[in-house]
Design a binder for this molecule. Sequence first.
Ligand SMILES: Cc1cc2nc3c(=O)[nH]c(=O)nc-3n(C[C@H](O)[C@H](O)[C@H](O)COP(=O)(O)O)c2cc1C
Length: 119
Amino acid sequence: MEQAKKTVRKDDLLFCGAPHLFIAHEKSEGKWAEDAKVNCNIATAYFELLCNAHGLGTAIMSYPAEVLNELAPDARQMLGVPKNHYMGLIIGFGYPETTYARGVQKERGRKIHRYSSSI
Ligand SMILES: Cc1cc2nc3c(=O)[nH]c(=O)nc-3n(C[C@H](O)[C@H](O)[C@H](O)COP(=O)(O)O)c2cc1C
């Protein structure tokens, strides 16, 4: 993390200089506590693909979530995440500065693909 601080992290060890953050969180207590974790993590994965499909760059980050959870509860509260909510992954997103291959590759003018089969 320290090695990359001056390059991709842009002096921002936690959030990698991302201009926007997406944080999925949900009440996580009692019988369905584990479901909340699954829901949040699925929502996070889908959000990354959604961003990529629209040409936005993303970085999934667990480290800053851990820092907010363990070391900076005030900052977590400031972000509006209630104490009884699960929050495990954060996505930094924005217009990418570099071109790179992502999970979703799309030609902007050809967003709909149709397949037909005679079977
Ligand atoms: C669950 C998960 C947690 C991650 N946490 C962090 C993190 O806290 N900080 C970070 O810089 N990258 C983190 N990464 C890695 C980045 O999201 C990204 O995948 C990695 O930088 C590789 O980038 P690339 O897909 O462009 O090769 C995490 C990845 C995953 C899947």
